[in-house]
Design a protein around this ligand. Structure first.
Ligand code: MLT
Length: 369
């Protein structure tokens, strides 16, 4: 994978691979020292032309946990305010030789344009109303953590679909993972011909009780040039997800930021059915996996399996595997398994491999290989 511009670039195996790698990075996030050397010496440039809390902070954290150097650029306070174009800004910052540029802009298609202007890997972190692929990946990750699989699940995406890049990426990603997707909202906020993406359309929430997952969208007023609903109060009366509409077995998602009292009532935001915080947590590990895939994984496609470690044992090549570099654990695979077993069993006597260099007595039963 050279860039991540759209979910259209990813088939199901690619989504599965990123989600699986994110799962491995989740283990790193549970460690006391949450850092691995996988991208040491690489540079990630976060180029944000739009406000962001979750996406920007999680990309920054993801790059730092992988030991990359990070440069954060926000359009406000930069030469953009003096009239510098996107192209000139990209060319200027490219002089620092970033390996990846994480780009958020209000312009649909901007990421694709930028991918033609420089040699860095481009990650689309939201381009206008078009796409937000890492949001879709972290949502797939969150649902997989919750349900194990998404195949056959009924997912309703409710609200301002017309102005939502999240809706477009998520319709594609959820369907690729086997879900049945329905979009629902006022007719003015559902784009014409959206069924061509394979989803169903509803203009009321009468059948919402049949959904396994309710994915609410914010009313994206910053992208509206006209009035699309009579008032927010009327919108909430018809489409707000609240305790009356959400049934106890449904999972509630939202990409954030939430407008409490508009698309969601306060009670459902704070209910155990809401996985909104889990989505934010997933953002870091999924973005680690995306950066890793673009900057390290692509060079060593077998790095995500145990095959290289097996080859090493056979050939006597003891350089660290890509997975070992990713997780920062440079012990041989057998030692890692032994240590994991010791953690699991609470048996802290040295393993045979440690014993052989330290002179201590080995674990009963010999080496755990
Ligand atoms: C986005 O940037 O699209 C957000 O994650 C969703 C929103 O702004 O409502």
């Amino acid at each position: 994978m050279r860039h991540l511009l759209s979910i259209e670039d990813l088939d199901r195996p690619a989504i599965e691979r990123i989600v699986a790698q994110a799962g491995r990075f989740a283990e790193v996030s549970d460690r006391e020292i949450k850092k691995v050397p996988a991208l040491r010496g690489r540079m990630v440039l976060n180029l944000f032309y739009e406000a962001s809390t979750r996406t920007r902070s999680s990309f920054e954290l993801a790059a730092k946990r992988l030991s990359a150097d990070v440069v954060n650029f926000a359009a406000s306070g930069s030469s953009v305010e003096k009239g510098e174009s996107l192209k000139d800004t990209v060319l200027t910052l490219s002089a620092h030789k970033p390996d990846a540029i994480v780009l958020r802009t209000p312009w649909a298609g901007a990421s694709e344009l930028v991918s033609g202007w420089c040699s860095a890997a481009i990650v689309n972190a939201g381009d206008g109303k078009h796409e937000h692929p890492t949001q879709a990946l972290l949502d797939v990750y969150t649902l997989r953590e919750r349900f194990g699989k998404i195949d056959g699940a009924s997912i309703w995406i409710v609200g301002d679909v017309a102005h939502s890049r999240v809706a477009r990426s998520n319709i594609l990603a959820f369907q690729r993972m086997g879900a049945n997707v329905t979009v629902a909202g006022p007719p003015t906020l559902i784009p014409r011909a959206i069924e061509e993406l394979g989803c169903q359309v509803r203009y009321t929430l009468d059948e919402l009780h049949g959904a396994d997952v309710v994915y609410a969208l914010r009313m994206q007023r910053e992208r509206m040039s006209e009035t699309w609903v009579p008032s927010l109060r009327e919108y909430a009366a018809w489409y707000q997800i609240n305790g009356r509409r959400l049934t106890p077995n449904q999972v509630l998602m939202h990409p954030g930021p939430v407008n409490r009292g508009v698309e969601l009532s306060g009670e459902v935001v704070d209910s155990p059915q809401a996985v909104i915080t889990a989505q934010v947590e997933a953002g870091v590990v999924v973005r680690m996996a995306v950066l890793y895939e673009l900057l390290a994984g692509a060079r060593e496609p077998r790095a995500l399996s145990g095959e290289i470690a097996a080859d090493q044992r056979a050939t006597g090549d003891h350089r660290p595997t890509a997975e070992q570099r990713a997780t920062g654990d440079h012990r041989p695979a057998a030692d890692q398994r032994a240590a994991a077993e010791q953690r699991a069993t609470g048996d802290h006597r040295p393993t045979a491999d440690v014993a052989s260099v330290s002179g201590a007595s080995p674990v009963v039963g010999g080496p755990l290989t």
